[in-house]
Ligand binder design. Structure first.
Ligand code: GLU
Length: 510
């Protein structure tokens, strides 16, 4: 019988979650949804020296904001495999380390830090790759080299020790990666990794494998940086007798800098002005603030969509996907092997598409707050603000830009775009502009169509082509070189305001 699909996101709480990590969570989530499976959140906090306060809460809040919500895990109630925080599972791991020792697949090592350093120095001096492995372990202080009674005595004495895996000297470890195909490593390139420490804590490798097994994980989907650990994990499943239940492996491509060379880092974000974290983060030690997608005005739906496309594509032209559509379309065989370049313009484009999809009332409410903040005291009707938001919504990439793209609707511009004036304005045009103003003043009904008709009539009378004058006329009304459909804007601000704006332009233009 096929096992129910169960996948997990297993971050370590060592700082804010990088968007690469968010993408890993998303792909796991989509995969679970696609296959009617479970998505779990497990916190891998065995390395207490790297623990950062607030990081776990940050991870949970990020997943909530994006709607990538687990069905089991830290912050999600008591699932059948609770607890989901590895530090609280401490007592589970030792028996598996002991099982490996008893079966001859692991051993105790008592080497001090100085002894390990001495070994490394020695090997480096003779140009050999310095690692604790099938060859060097014979020269070190461990249960393979020390007499049995000394090992016993040291353990009883409470001497410091670690348990290391005993790798075969030269053996090919092959496994199938769902994204990369067959992958092969040789144990001669690997080292006898520490699995367990005398402080009672397992290391990442042991805890990760034990928990994936106990939590019945069927597919491990994680970042490429874990690919070199995978052969060790494959061997652990074999040595623990769990090969039949070993999850499949998928290692996701790296997220690359916009230029494509190297991994996307926080520094790239700072340098190019985009966040690499989902939410704003304040470093608890240095107080340094790093920007987040949420605070920068990205909508969660846009972040989901843009992250989905960083390393995956649907194989069609469609670019806009809801989370549900993504879950439907997602498959591991369309995840690329090569790194995915972060593209800031594309990220903004995605956000713009989702801002356009917001309903007009939501946008109007956001704009209303901005208007209140910027024009203290002036009272604009809700209807006026609603129409203004409708007029400019196509232009903005972020809702926080609404005011920036519409302020000239609420205020008569103080200055006129200099470039347009220097290119398009001639003093001979002044009487024409004055004539348009008078014609506007004489109108009864002031709709967009009427205003445009009257404007065209005056131009025609003066032998001027609208194409040549329109941008200048826009500058006279709004101060800006570009903006929303001009006569709709004119109708919205109304006859009096248009008249005042043209008057103002007539006084400042030469
Ligand atoms: N704790 C690891 C991390 O921080 C998890 C790796 C894995 O998914 O196996 O990314």
């Amino acid at each position: 019988m096929d096992r129910k699909v169960r996948v997990r996101f297993a971050p370590s709480p060592t700082g804010p979650l990088h968007i690469g990590g968010v993408r890993t969570a998303l792909y796991n989530y989509l995969f679970a949804k696609k296959h009617g499976g479970d998505f779990l959140l497990r916190i891998e906090d065995t390395d207490q020296t790297r623990f950062v306060p607030g990081a776990e809460e940050y991870i949970i809040e990020s997943l909530k904001w994006l709607g990538i919500e687990p069905v089991e895990g830290v912050g999600y109630g008591d699932g059948p495999h609770a607890p989901y925080r590895q530090s609280e599972r401490k007592l589970i791991y030792k028996q598996y380390a002991m099982q490996l020792v008893d079966a001859g697949h692991a051993y105790y090592a008592f080497d001090t830090a100085e002894e390990l350093e001495g070994m490394r120095e020695r090997l480096k001096a003779s140009n050999v790759d310095a690692k604790y492995d099938a060859i060097t372990r014979g020269t070190m202080k461990n249960s393979l080299t020390l007499p049995e009674d000394e090992v016993k005595r040291r353990l009883e004495n409470g001497d410091q020790y670690v348990i290391r895996i005993k790798l075969p000297r030269k053996e090919e470890v092959k496994f199938f990666d769902e994204i990369r195909g067959w992958v092969s490593f040789n144990t001669s390139q690997m080292d006898d990794k520490v699995l367990f420490k005398s402080d009672g804590m397992p290391t990442y490798h042991l805890a990760n494998v034990v928990d994936d097994y106990l939590m019945e994980i069927t597919h491990v989907i994680r970042g490429e940086e874990w690919l070199p650990s995978a052969p060790l994990h494959v061997l652990l499943y074999r040595y623990l007798g769990w090969e039949d239940n070993r999850p499949s492996f998928s290692h996701l491509p790296l997220l690359l800098k916009p230029e494509g060379n190297g991994k996307l880092s926080k520094r790239d974000g700072d340098r190019l002005g985009f966040p690499v974290f989902p939410l704003q983060w304040k470093d608890p030690f240095s107080g340094e603030i790093s920007s987040g997608y949420r605070e920068s005005g990205y909508l969660p739906e846009a972040v989901i969509n843009l992250l989905a496309f960083l390393g995956w594509n649907p194989g069609t032209q469609q670019e806009l996907f809801t989370k549900e559509e993504l879950a439907e379309a997602f498959s591991l065989d369309r995840v690329s092997k090569s790194g995915a370049k972060f593209d800031l313009n594309k990220a903004k484009w995605f956000n713009q598409q989702y801002v356009r999809m917001l309903d007009d009332q939501t946008l109007a409410n956001i704009l209303e707050n901005q208007v209140k903040e910027k024009t203290s005291g002036v009272d604009f009707s809700k209807e006026f603000i609603f129409k203004a938001a409708q007029l400019v919504k196509e232009k903005v990439s972020f809702t926080k830009e609404l005011w920036e793209y519409s302020f000239f609707i609420f205020q008569i511009p103080e200055s006129l775009d200099e470039q347009v004036v220097s290119k398009k304005w001639k003093p001979e045009l002044k009487p024409v502009l004055a004539e348009i103003k008078s014609a506007f003043d004489a109108m009864n009904k002031f709709t967009a169509e009427d205003a445009e008709r009257v404007y065209l009539e005056v131009l025609e009378k003066n032998g001027i082509q609208s194409k040549q004058f329109l941008q200048m006329f826009r500058v006279c009304l709004t101060g800006q070189a570009g903006g929303p459909p001009l006569f709709e804007l004119a109708a919205l601000v109304g006859k009096e305001s248009c008249s005042a704006r043209l008057n103002h332009a007539l006084t400042i233009l030469p």
